[in-house]
Design a protein around this ligand. Structure first.
Ligand SMILES: Nc1ncnc2c1ncn2[C@@H]1O[C@H](COP(=O)(O)OP(=O)(O)O)[C@@H](O)[C@H]1O
Ligand SMILES: [Mg+2]
Length: 232
């Protein structure tokens, strides 16, 4: 494996079996991402994009192959170590935001700090600062149903970043947003990447959007990388 890589996969393979049928969602994927890069991932529906993201985020484990992140093989971590990896090293956001609708924006963002053992006052303070960063502080006491889709995604981004991970994984983060809001959200991810050195991996089937912001793009098809492009 390459020593300059921040995130690296080696022959990463994931199969799912349902009854008699075995689906190979990802097949021998070799990927290398350097620190501070913005990588775009595109490909048709069912090409393995979410499978790759879930493996990189430690939500799932590979059938074979390895994943190395910041010098550690995360594919070899036990359950507890993987939980810590998910808590501190990667943030994830999704198409459907996955925030808690009965909590305020502030409570949603502060939530991961509870598990990190941070006291109540500091939780509020840090969550408030993070909401300011994503441009949402005036709405911190609103609950998701009172927020627009774009604002809900900002809450999700703030929550993903509250434990200061170095990596943000985004699976179709603009899938539920109109085109103007989509651009604003990806612009924000790009700013976080540029200004804070956050390494971003973003899945999107909107190629023009990916092309506008990413440094590199990989195209997946049938669980394989079929093309790799350097954009800037
Ligand atoms: N939990 C699962 N069980 C069985 N098959 C799955 C599961 N998750 C994904 N797949 C299959 O793996 C393939 C890749 O899925 P996915 O990674 O979700 O693709 P994408 O995100 O590119 O649309 C698809 O054929 C899908 O049906
Ligand atoms: Mg998907």
């Amino acid at each position: 494996m390459n020593s300059t890589s921040f995130i690296e996969t080696e022959d990463l393979t994931k199969g799912y079996s349902s009854g008699q049928i075995e689906v190979v969602a990802l097949k021998d994927v070799n990927l290398s991402v350097r620190e501070g890069k913005f990588l775009g991932v595109t490909g048709p529906s069912g090409s393995g994009k979410s499978t790759l993201m879930n493996l990189l985020g430690g939500l799932d484990t590979p059938t074979s192959g390895r994943i190395k992140v910041q010098g550690k093989f995360i594919s070899e971590l036990n359950k507890e170590e993987l939980a810590l990896y998910r808590r501190y090293q990667v943030g994830m956001i999704f198409q459907s935001f996955n925030i808690i609708s009965s909590y305020s924006a502030l409570e949603n963002v502060a939530f991961p700090l509870l598990f990190a053992g941070v006291g109540k006052k500091e939780r509020k303070q840090r969550a408030s600062q993070m909401l300011t960063k994503v441009g949402l502080c005036p709405r911190k006491d609103h609950r998701p149903p009172e927020l627009s889709a774009g604002e809900q995604q900002r809450v999700a981004i703030a929550r993903a970043l509250i434990n200061q991970p170095k990596i943000l994984l985004a699976d179709e983060p603009t899938g539920n947003l109109d085109s103007t809001t989509s651009r604003q959200i990806v612009q924000m991810l790009s700013d976080l990447n540029k200004n804070q050195g956050l390494t971003v991996i973003m899945i999107s089937h909107e190629e023009s959007l990916v092309r506008r912001f990413a440094h590199e793009i990989i195209h997946l098809c049938d669980g394989k990388i079929v093309e790799q492009e350097k954009i800037r």
